[in-house]
Design a protein around this ligand. Structure first.
Ligand code: SIN
Length: 302
Protein backbone atom coordinates (compact mmCIF):
# COMPACT_ATOMS: atom_id res chain seq x y z
CA UNK A 1 0.00 0.00 0.00
CA UNK A 2 1.43 3.44 -0.82
CA UNK A 3 2.39 5.51 2.20
CA UNK A 4 -0.26 8.14 2.72
CA UNK A 5 -0.74 10.33 5.73
CA UNK A 6 -4.25 9.00 6.25
CA UNK A 7 -2.98 5.42 6.46
CA UNK A 8 -0.66 6.22 9.37
CA UNK A 9 -1.58 6.02 13.02
CA UNK A 10 -0.52 9.13 14.92
CA UNK A 11 0.27 7.05 18.01
CA UNK A 12 2.46 4.62 16.09
CA UNK A 13 5.69 3.79 17.87
CA UNK A 14 7.49 3.37 14.53
CA UNK A 15 9.95 6.04 13.47
CA UNK A 16 8.23 9.20 12.33
CA UNK A 17 8.12 10.12 8.68
CA UNK A 18 7.53 13.26 6.64
CA UNK A 19 5.25 13.00 3.64
CA UNK A 20 5.68 15.98 1.31
CA UNK A 21 2.50 17.84 0.41
CA UNK A 22 1.59 18.05 -3.27
CA UNK A 23 2.96 21.59 -3.18
CA UNK A 24 6.40 23.24 -3.34
CA UNK A 25 6.50 23.44 0.47
CA UNK A 26 4.93 21.57 3.37
CA UNK A 27 5.01 18.03 4.70
CA UNK A 28 2.72 15.97 6.88
CA UNK A 29 4.46 14.30 9.79
CA UNK A 30 3.17 10.91 10.85
CA UNK A 31 4.14 8.78 13.81
CA UNK A 32 4.40 11.47 16.49
CA UNK A 33 1.90 11.85 19.32
CA UNK A 34 2.67 15.16 21.03
CA UNK A 35 0.53 14.40 24.12
CA UNK A 36 2.58 11.23 24.72
CA UNK A 37 5.80 13.26 24.80
CA UNK A 38 8.04 13.01 21.74
CA UNK A 39 11.62 11.83 22.30
CA UNK A 40 14.67 14.06 21.70
CA UNK A 41 15.19 12.11 18.47
CA UNK A 42 11.60 12.91 17.43
CA UNK A 43 12.23 16.62 18.05
CA UNK A 44 15.41 16.50 16.02
CA UNK A 45 13.42 14.80 13.24
CA UNK A 46 10.79 17.58 13.42
CA UNK A 47 13.40 20.37 13.28
CA UNK A 48 15.12 18.74 10.30
CA UNK A 49 11.78 18.24 8.51
CA UNK A 50 10.84 21.85 9.20
CA UNK A 51 14.07 23.16 7.72
CA UNK A 52 13.62 20.97 4.67
CA UNK A 53 9.89 21.53 4.01
CA UNK A 54 9.35 24.96 5.65
CA UNK A 55 5.90 23.97 7.01
CA UNK A 56 5.12 20.76 8.92
CA UNK A 57 1.67 19.49 9.83
CA UNK A 58 0.92 17.02 12.63
CA UNK A 59 -2.70 15.88 12.34
CA UNK A 60 -5.00 14.49 15.02
CA UNK A 61 -3.19 15.89 18.05
CA UNK A 62 -5.07 16.15 21.34
CA UNK A 63 -3.04 18.47 23.54
CA UNK A 64 -3.48 20.91 26.40
CA UNK A 65 -2.20 24.50 26.20
CA UNK A 66 0.67 23.50 28.51
CA UNK A 67 1.62 20.67 26.15
CA UNK A 68 1.58 23.04 23.17
CA UNK A 69 3.78 25.48 25.09
CA UNK A 70 6.26 22.76 26.01
CA UNK A 71 6.23 21.43 22.40
CA UNK A 72 7.03 24.94 21.13
CA UNK A 73 9.91 25.33 23.60
CA UNK A 74 11.72 22.50 21.79
CA UNK A 75 12.14 24.80 18.79
CA UNK A 76 13.70 27.72 20.71
CA UNK A 77 12.84 30.52 23.09
CA UNK A 78 9.12 31.25 23.31
CA UNK A 79 8.17 34.89 22.83
CA UNK A 80 5.45 36.40 24.99
CA UNK A 81 3.24 38.65 22.89
CA UNK A 82 2.83 42.27 23.95
CA UNK A 83 -0.91 41.71 23.31
CA UNK A 84 -1.04 39.85 26.61
CA UNK A 85 -4.77 40.49 27.01
CA UNK A 86 -5.21 37.72 24.39
CA UNK A 87 -2.93 35.20 26.09
CA UNK A 88 -4.33 31.82 27.08
CA UNK A 89 -4.97 32.09 30.85
CA UNK A 90 -1.92 30.83 32.80
CA UNK A 91 -0.06 29.99 29.57
CA UNK A 92 1.53 33.33 28.64
CA UNK A 93 3.39 32.05 25.58
CA UNK A 94 0.13 31.14 23.81
CA UNK A 95 -1.99 33.77 22.09
CA UNK A 96 -5.62 33.08 21.23
CA UNK A 97 -6.48 33.67 17.56
CA UNK A 98 -10.26 33.70 17.40
CA UNK A 99 -13.47 35.50 16.46
CA UNK A 100 -15.25 34.22 19.60
CA UNK A 101 -16.52 36.54 22.32
CA UNK A 102 -16.54 35.95 26.06
CA UNK A 103 -19.47 36.41 28.46
CA UNK A 104 -18.63 40.13 28.62
CA UNK A 105 -19.14 40.46 24.86
CA UNK A 106 -15.44 41.19 24.25
CA UNK A 107 -13.35 39.23 21.76
CA UNK A 108 -11.36 36.52 23.52
CA UNK A 109 -8.52 36.58 20.99
CA UNK A 110 -7.01 38.36 18.02
CA UNK A 111 -9.76 38.37 15.39
CA UNK A 112 -7.81 39.98 12.56
CA UNK A 113 -4.54 38.01 12.68
CA UNK A 114 -3.09 37.24 9.29
CA UNK A 115 -5.43 39.27 7.08
CA UNK A 116 -2.51 40.52 5.02
CA UNK A 117 0.47 38.45 3.83
CA UNK A 118 3.16 38.57 6.48
CA UNK A 119 5.78 36.69 8.42
CA UNK A 120 5.39 36.67 12.19
CA UNK A 121 7.12 39.34 14.20
CA UNK A 122 9.03 40.87 11.27
CA UNK A 123 8.41 44.24 12.93
CA UNK A 124 10.75 43.14 15.74
CA UNK A 125 14.55 43.33 15.77
CA UNK A 126 14.55 39.58 16.32
CA UNK A 127 11.51 38.28 14.40
CA UNK A 128 9.91 34.97 15.26
CA UNK A 129 11.89 32.16 13.70
CA UNK A 130 9.03 29.65 13.98
CA UNK A 131 5.32 29.66 14.77
CA UNK A 132 3.32 26.80 16.28
CA UNK A 133 -0.43 27.01 15.59
CA UNK A 134 -2.98 24.53 16.97
CA UNK A 135 -6.52 24.16 15.61
CA UNK A 136 -9.16 23.91 18.35
CA UNK A 137 -12.38 25.05 16.65
CA UNK A 138 -12.47 25.05 12.85
CA UNK A 139 -15.30 26.68 10.88
CA UNK A 140 -17.34 24.64 8.37
CA UNK A 141 -20.26 25.45 6.12
CA UNK A 142 -22.18 23.04 3.90
CA UNK A 143 -19.52 20.37 4.41
CA UNK A 144 -16.75 22.75 3.39
CA UNK A 145 -13.88 23.73 5.66
CA UNK A 146 -13.37 27.47 5.97
CA UNK A 147 -10.60 29.62 7.43
CA UNK A 148 -7.66 28.11 5.56
CA UNK A 149 -4.11 29.34 6.11
CA UNK A 150 -2.06 29.85 2.94
CA UNK A 151 1.75 29.67 2.97
CA UNK A 152 4.09 30.97 0.26
CA UNK A 153 7.71 29.96 -0.15
CA UNK A 154 9.94 33.00 0.37
CA UNK A 155 12.98 31.07 -0.92
CA UNK A 156 11.09 29.71 -3.94
CA UNK A 157 10.05 33.28 -4.73
CA UNK A 158 13.63 34.53 -4.42
CA UNK A 159 15.00 31.68 -6.56
CA UNK A 160 12.44 32.49 -9.28
CA UNK A 161 13.52 36.12 -9.62
CA UNK A 162 15.57 36.96 -12.71
CA UNK A 163 19.27 37.17 -11.78
CA UNK A 164 19.35 40.92 -12.50
CA UNK A 165 16.56 41.49 -10.00
CA UNK A 166 18.30 39.24 -7.46
CA UNK A 167 21.43 41.36 -7.76
CA UNK A 168 19.36 44.54 -7.42
CA UNK A 169 17.64 43.47 -4.18
CA UNK A 170 20.44 41.43 -2.56
CA UNK A 171 21.99 44.36 -0.71
CA UNK A 172 18.85 46.41 0.03
CA UNK A 173 17.15 46.83 3.37
CA UNK A 174 13.50 47.55 4.14
CA UNK A 175 11.53 48.99 7.04
CA UNK A 176 8.99 46.81 8.89
CA UNK A 177 6.42 48.67 10.94
CA UNK A 178 3.70 47.38 13.23
CA UNK A 179 2.12 50.83 13.27
CA UNK A 180 1.91 50.91 9.47
CA UNK A 181 0.56 47.35 9.56
CA UNK A 182 -2.38 48.42 11.74
CA UNK A 183 -2.95 51.47 9.53
CA UNK A 184 -3.08 49.24 6.44
CA UNK A 185 -5.65 47.01 8.12
CA UNK A 186 -7.67 50.01 9.22
CA UNK A 187 -7.63 51.44 5.68
CA UNK A 188 -9.10 48.15 4.40
CA UNK A 189 -11.74 48.13 7.17
CA UNK A 190 -10.13 44.98 8.58
CA UNK A 191 -8.93 46.17 11.98
CA UNK A 192 -10.75 44.27 14.73
CA UNK A 193 -8.66 45.18 17.75
CA UNK A 194 -8.18 48.28 19.82
CA UNK A 195 -5.54 50.71 18.50
CA UNK A 196 -2.15 50.52 20.21
CA UNK A 197 -1.72 52.40 23.43
CA UNK A 198 1.25 54.77 23.62
CA UNK A 199 3.00 52.26 25.88
CA UNK A 200 2.45 49.39 23.38
CA UNK A 201 3.60 51.58 20.50
CA UNK A 202 6.89 52.25 22.29
CA UNK A 203 7.51 48.50 22.51
CA UNK A 204 7.37 48.16 18.72
CA UNK A 205 9.42 50.91 17.07
CA UNK A 206 9.99 50.49 13.32
CA UNK A 207 12.97 48.28 12.40
CA UNK A 208 14.82 47.55 9.20
CA UNK A 209 15.91 44.16 7.88
CA UNK A 210 17.59 42.86 4.71
CA UNK A 211 15.18 42.55 1.76
CA UNK A 212 16.78 39.15 1.18
CA UNK A 213 17.73 37.22 4.30
CA UNK A 214 19.81 34.09 4.49
CA UNK A 215 18.31 31.19 6.38
CA UNK A 216 20.47 30.61 9.49
CA UNK A 217 20.24 26.81 9.24
CA UNK A 218 19.98 25.81 5.58
CA UNK A 219 21.49 28.90 3.94
CA UNK A 220 18.57 29.44 1.53
CA UNK A 221 18.06 33.03 0.42
CA UNK A 222 14.55 34.20 1.29
CA UNK A 223 12.57 37.29 0.26
CA UNK A 224 11.85 39.12 3.49
CA UNK A 225 9.46 41.92 2.53
CA UNK A 226 5.72 41.51 3.07
CA UNK A 227 2.46 43.12 2.08
CA UNK A 228 1.49 43.39 5.74
CA UNK A 229 4.44 44.90 7.53
CA UNK A 230 6.98 46.37 5.11
CA UNK A 231 6.50 50.11 4.76
CA UNK A 232 9.45 51.18 2.58
CA UNK A 233 12.75 50.19 1.04
CA UNK A 234 15.57 52.06 2.74
CA UNK A 235 17.14 54.70 0.51
CA UNK A 236 14.65 54.35 -2.37
CA UNK A 237 12.27 57.26 -2.23
CA UNK A 238 9.06 57.87 -4.10
CA UNK A 239 7.83 55.70 -6.96
CA UNK A 240 11.07 53.74 -7.35
CA UNK A 241 10.83 52.34 -3.82
CA UNK A 242 7.08 51.77 -3.76
CA UNK A 243 7.05 50.10 -7.20
CA UNK A 244 9.87 47.74 -6.24
CA UNK A 245 8.19 46.90 -2.95
CA UNK A 246 4.88 46.19 -4.66
CA UNK A 247 6.59 44.06 -7.30
CA UNK A 248 8.30 41.92 -4.65
CA UNK A 249 5.30 41.52 -2.35
CA UNK A 250 3.04 40.58 -5.30
CA UNK A 251 5.68 38.20 -6.67
CA UNK A 252 5.85 36.13 -3.49
CA UNK A 253 2.05 35.69 -3.37
CA UNK A 254 1.88 33.74 -6.63
CA UNK A 255 0.12 30.34 -6.49
CA UNK A 256 3.16 28.38 -7.74
CA UNK A 257 4.92 29.14 -4.44
CA UNK A 258 2.01 28.13 -2.22
CA UNK A 259 0.75 25.43 0.11
CA UNK A 260 -2.84 25.97 1.28
CA UNK A 261 -3.75 24.32 4.56
CA UNK A 262 -7.36 23.15 5.07
CA UNK A 263 -7.65 22.89 8.83
CA UNK A 264 -9.03 20.02 10.89
CA UNK A 265 -9.53 20.19 14.64
CA UNK A 266 -6.36 18.78 16.23
CA UNK A 267 -3.99 19.97 13.51
CA UNK A 268 -0.71 21.25 14.91
CA UNK A 269 1.36 23.20 12.40
CA UNK A 270 4.87 24.55 12.73
CA UNK A 271 6.21 26.94 10.12
CA UNK A 272 9.51 28.63 9.48
CA UNK A 273 9.05 32.41 9.29
CA UNK A 274 12.27 32.96 7.33
CA UNK A 275 11.25 30.41 4.70
CA UNK A 276 7.56 31.29 4.29
CA UNK A 277 5.05 34.10 4.40
CA UNK A 278 1.43 33.35 5.26
CA UNK A 279 -2.13 34.62 4.99
CA UNK A 280 -5.28 33.70 6.92
CA UNK A 281 -8.40 33.38 4.74
CA UNK A 282 -11.33 35.24 6.31
CA UNK A 283 -14.27 33.51 4.62
CA UNK A 284 -16.11 32.30 7.75
CA UNK A 285 -17.78 35.47 9.12
CA UNK A 286 -19.18 34.72 12.57
CA UNK A 287 -18.77 30.93 12.36
CA UNK A 288 -16.59 30.12 15.38
CA UNK A 289 -12.87 29.66 14.83
CA UNK A 290 -10.26 29.25 17.56
CA UNK A 291 -6.56 28.48 17.32
CA UNK A 292 -3.70 28.89 19.78
CA UNK A 293 -0.43 30.35 18.57
CA UNK A 294 3.09 30.31 19.97
CA UNK A 295 5.95 32.33 18.51
CA UNK A 296 9.57 31.28 18.88
CA UNK A 297 12.18 34.04 18.78
CA UNK A 298 14.90 33.96 16.19
CA UNK A 299 18.17 35.75 15.47
CA UNK A 300 18.63 39.19 13.92
CA UNK A 301 18.07 38.58 10.17
CA UNK A 302 21.18 38.77 7.99
C1 SIN B 1 -1.62 34.30 11.89
O1 SIN B 1 -1.34 34.84 10.84
O2 SIN B 1 -0.88 34.40 12.86
C2 SIN B 1 -2.87 33.50 12.03
C3 SIN B 1 -3.07 32.54 10.92
C4 SIN B 1 -4.46 32.00 10.89
O3 SIN B 1 -5.30 32.37 11.73
O4 SIN B 1 -4.77 31.20 10.00
Amino acid sequence: MPLTAASQDVTSSASPSAIPMPAPIGAEIVGIDVAAGPSQADYQFLRDALHEHSVIVLRGQDITPQQQQSFGAHFGELRTSFYNRYAVPDVPALTIVSNLRGADGELIGIADAGMLWHTDGSYLKTPDMYTVLYGIEIPHEGGQVLGDTVFASAWGAYDALPSGMQRRVDSLRAVHSFTVHLEKKQAKGQLKRAPLTEEQRKKVPDVDHPVVRTHPINGRKCLFVTEGHTSEIVGLDGAEGSELLEFLTEHVKQPQFQYRHHWKKGDLIVWDNCAVQHLAVFDYGQIPRRLHRAGISGPVPV
